[in-house]
Design a protein around this ligand. Structure first.
Ligand code: NDP
Length: 338
């Protein structure tokens, strides 16, 4: 039984650590929940604050103690961090030390040359803005969101090192870096004395680029990974089997990363076969998709997104069956044409 001071707004479930598994991040001392929750979409100023708060509370009650942010999550940019900051102030504060909260800078955030890229100027200013919006004293992990070919990698890594040394973050990470740039970044950070904790790449059954070199680098170097879009933004679920539902990401107009055009007949045919296999395994397709990414030994955690509490509950239930036999894995590769 975990005791916390009674909080009128929210009292976390006392059994919150009973079902989640916590996996060591590379060779660090830090463990991450097998499932993390990302606030890229559905937590912006255009979204319902009540649903956002309910999802955060339910996730934490289910053992998801890692929340992933970035400066530009919304829309508009910055508003997901503000949403999180309000929940933190209102109800999560007593639990801050039980949580891992990350943010990032790299993509477009504000006008002019210092609001994008990998410069020291941008990363540090952006980290300070993110801390203000969330109301936090520090982030657990701060990431370079993407490699910037126009900034020396040394400068970007020195900025991460400084962010850690100045107490703005506890650990440093990179996102979407190629295997070569990852290796270089690991070396630079090692020399600076701030080891790279984690890499955040995309990974799901339709997007397997990390298998071509990145996972080898991460395993060799003892760096963990937290993979984003494990459900291919919702496509690897049962929701698009019969067209594009009105309340789905693919039908939204504010964010255009998954469009109706991405949902081709050919891909839907594969999803239908994957869905049949998930049913045979006694799982939803979302659960099988989560289990599949966690089956890669280089993967520490999967960051899901959600628009409803029930989706978080469904994904967490994936933990009841993470095992695949060889035949199932081959069948999945065959469906995907691998
Ligand atoms: P997912 O692949 O998990 O997609 C989430 C979407 O899938 C939800 O919004 C919902 O779609 C649908 N969904 C989730 N669970 C279920 C379910 N059980 N059944 C049916 N549908 C479901 O991840 P995201 O693409 O949202 O990315 C997750 C996080 O990863 C982000 O929030 C962010 O933190 C991080 N990320 C990082 C990036 C980077 O560059 N580092 C880039 C992108 C993401 P719907 O809204 O249609 O209901």
């Amino acid at each position: 039984m975990i005791k916390n001071d009674p909080n009128p707004e929210y009292l976390a479930a006392s059994n919150r650590y009973e079902n989640m598994s916590y996996r060591r991040c590379g060779k660090s001392g830090l463990k991450l929940p097998a499932l993390s929750l990302g606030l890229w979409q559905n937590f912006g100023a255009v979204d319902s604050p009540q649903i956002a708060q309910n999802m955060l509370h339910r996730a934490f009650d289910l053992g998801i103690n890692h929340f992933d942010l970035a400066n530009n999550y919304g829309p508009p940019f910055g508003s997901a961090e503000s949403t999180f900051g309000r929940v933190m102030a209102k109800s999560f504060k007593p639990y801050r030390d039980e949580m891992l909260i990350s943010s990032k800078a790299g993509y477009d955030m504000w006008a002019g040359p210092y609001g994008i890229g990998g410069s020291r100027k941008y990363l540090i200013a952006s980290c300070d803005q993110s801390l203000k919006r969330t109301g936090l004293d520090y982030f657990d992990v701060f990431y370079s969101h993407c490699y910037d070919p126009n900034t020396p990698l040394e400068e970007t890594m020195q900025a991460l090192d400084y962010i850690v040394r100045s107490g703005r973050a506890l650990y440093a990470g990179v996102s979407s870096y190629s295997p070569v740039h990852t290796k270089q970044a690991i070396r630079i950070l090692q020399d600076l004395g701030t080891p790279m904790l984690i890499h955040q790449p995309s990974y799901n059954m339709f997007d397997r680029w990390i298998e071509d070199g990145l996972t080898d680098v991460l395993l060799e170097e003892g760096v963990g990974s937290i993979v984003f879009s494990p459900l291919a933004q919702g496509f690897l679920t049962n929701k698009y089997l019969k067209g594009v539902p009105k309340d789905s990401r693919a039908s939204r107009s504010e964010q255009i990363y998954l469009t109706e055009d991405n949902i081709s007949q050919e891909k839907v045919a594969k999803v239908i076969q994957l869905n049949a296999l998930a049913e045979q395994r006694g799982q939803s397709l979302a659960q099988m998709a989560v289990a599949w990414v966690l089956n890669n030994q280089a993967v520490t955690s999967a960051i899901i997104g959600a628009s409803k509490v029930s989706q978080i509950e469904d994904c967490v239930a994936a933990l009841n069956n993470l095992e695949f036999n060889q035949q199932e894995l081959i069948h999945i590769d065959n469906i995907l044409g691998k």
